[in-house]
Ligand binder design. Structure first.
Ligand SMILES: [Zn+2]
Length: 254
């Protein structure tokens, strides 16, 4: 992915040096890329919804609710300081490291389905990551305040940067703006190992504890795979946004 990014950046800079024609192609190219990713994102989201509603109908063989399974997985991992609580909404499940709570949504907390088991244990996977000091999760948490600041000011810095570029031919402020946008992309990229690893931990426990077997375990794996793909699309989208900004600035410099 980084290689592709580098190649793209090189091509964009080359385009800027050669003249505006190539830069314009790069701008439209990165716009097409953004649209393509948005379409894929829509498909993945729709597929995730349908996979979850399908596996919400398949009952988990042990007959335990999402909340009960979460409690059990936490206990089996030697975690006794994390509470399992109920939150409103659909697919709003999350682990909160500040309050040490595994928050399970309406369709997971009291559901005895395979989908509920997968989601509940995935969130507990995050609790285990937190308890064991899993490095990507720590890095992700450290990025939260930085990204919330950088994403707030990025658009303004880029707009001011474009004005400065037009007036003085100096692109420094534009590149600072892109650097700020890049923090959001970095956050999306760091999120990937965190999400994939939480699902791995969930599936490992669901299997080793004998909670799910055979076809049910495969169903849980499929559901978690589709959930992970939404994070993959988000990361690709963040990278495409940066490429788009780079192409705009490179073409404006001519
Ligand atoms: Zn997660």
């Amino acid at each position: 992915m980084l290689h592709t990014l580098q190649t793209y950046v090189d091509r964009v800079s080359q385009g800027a040096a050669d003249g505006s024609v190539f830069s314009n192609i790069s701008t439209s190219g990165s716009m097409i890329l953004m649209i393509l990713i948005a379409v894929v994102g829509y498909i993945v989201q729709a597929r995730l919804q349908s996979v979850f509603s399908k596996y919400s109908e398949v009952s988990s063989p042990g007959g335990m609710t999402g909340a009960e399974l979460a409690e059990k997985m936490l206990r089996d991992n030697g975690i006794d300081n994390v509470r399992v609580t109920h939150v409103k909404g659909h697919l709003t499940d999350h682990f909160d490291p500040r309050t040490l709570t595994v928050n399970l949504s309406d369709s997971v907390y009291s559901s005895r389905s395979v989908a509920a088991a997968a989601v509940a244990c995935h969130e507990c996977g995050h609790a285990v990551q937190h308890a064991t000091g899993y490095a990507p999760l720590t890095l992700r948490s450290q990025l939260v305040p930085i990204v919330s600041f950088s994403s707030q000011i990025a658009t303004w810095v880029i707009l001011a940067g474009i004005a400065l570029l037009a007036a003085t031919d100096n692109a420094i402020l534009c590149w600072i703006g892109i650097g700020l946008v890049a923090m959001s992309a970095l956050f999306s990229i760091v999120t990937l190992p965190v999400e994939y690893n939480a699902s791995e931990r969930a599936l490992a426990w669901l299997s080793s504890s004998g909670t799910l077997r055979g076809e049910q375990l495969d169903s849980a794996r499929t559901a978690l795979r589709w959930a992970a793909r939404t994070y993959l699309v988000a990361a690709l989208s963040a990278i495409a946004t940066i490429l788009y900004y780079i192409s705009i600035i490179s073409s404006r410099r001519d």
